[in-house]
Design a binder for this molecule. Structure first.
Ligand SMILES: Nc1ncnc2c1ncn2[C@@H]1O[C@H](COP(=O)(O)OP(=O)(O)OP(=O)(O)O)[C@@H](O)[C@H]1O
Length: 256
């Protein structure tokens, strides 16, 4: 399998503190790759660098072989690299369905010119977006609350909506940032199932930062363990869970 994301020799310091230390990782096309590590290991910093929210001091980020290190987060989004965080904030005063319909970039109706001079084009596009949004809302299991204001949804339902918004884009690789936080176990099961289906049936690649080990264990292969800004070990969840260095990094010497 080819790498969709290839992070090469990244360094990043804040003040005098080196937070990412010559870190290289690859995310294979079609994988659900997990990233775990103790607090302060540098996971969010590396995510920010991959998403384009932070510039590394040195090193490169490649997307399907293309060097995107100098591109903004928005430019990366248009190349198919999406961080859910970028679209995480639902519009509370709009319905769940309308929230999905807001997502597709460059809709014809956004241009005043088109609204005035090409109304049929705008109507056609709106109908297409609505059709897609209805499909997506079914897919993520929120059909019954499609007309609810997004602000009234539960935390877990908002996460499902967030995942749905991902599906309204042309993303090929999605960075999922602690998506399980605050989600009850039932909805977490739905979220995991949907991520798997997006991966298997629709070909999305995922890179997942997660503290929830159940979610990592059920979803991710391989799992990358970051410690002190570089890769400590990479492998399947069973290797990781039985690795003494990982146990030490998480729990200290008393745990092994
Ligand atoms: N903008 C910043 N300025 C200064 N220090 C920062 C900044 N961002 C992160 N750090 C420091 O970098 C280190 C790594 O932080 P980071 O948030 O990347 O770790 P993490 O693995 O995501 O941790 P957690 O699991 O707790 O979210 C920490 O010591 C943190 O205090």
């Amino acid at each position: 399998m080819a790498a969709i994301i290839d992070v090469q020799h990244i360094n990043k310091s804040f003040g005098g503190l080196r937070v990412i230390d010559d870190c290289s990782i690859t995310v294979e096309t079609g994988s659900i790759t997990g990233m775990i590590g103790p607090n302060g290991a540098g996971k969010s910093t590396l995510f920010n660098i991959i998403a384009g929210a932070l510039t590394p001091d040195s090193g490169r980020v490649l997307l399907e072989g293309e060097d995107i290190t100098a591109l903004s987060a928005d430019e990366r989004f248009h190349k198919g690299l999406l961080r859910t965080f970028q679209i995480a904030h639902e519009f509370g005063h709009m319905s769940a369905l309308e929230n999905l319909m807001m997502v597709p970039p460059h809709q014809a109706g956004e241009s005043l010119f088109n609204t005035w001079f090409k109304p049929s084009l705008v109507r056609r596009e709106e109908a297409e977006v609505r059709r897609r949004a209805l499909e997506v809302i079914d897919f993520v299991g929120l059909h019954h609350v499609r007309n609810e204001l997004a602000g009234n949804l539960s935390g877990g339902q908002k996460k499902l909506l967030e995942l749905g918004r991902t599906m309204m884009t042309d993303a090929r690789v999605v960075l999922l940032d602690e998506i399980a936080a605050g989600v009850n176990r039932t909805l977490l099961g739905d979220l995991i199932g949907n991520i798997e289906r997006l991966n298997r049936e629709m070909g999305y690649t995922f890179l997942v930062i997660e503290h929830d080990m159940e979610m990592i264990a059920r979803l991710c292969d391989p799992v990358i363990v970051l410690a002190q800004g570089s890769v400590m070990v990479e492998g399947n969840i069973h290797d990781i869970q039985n690795n003494p260095a990982v146990i030490e990094a998480y729990f200290g010497s008393g745990a092994a």
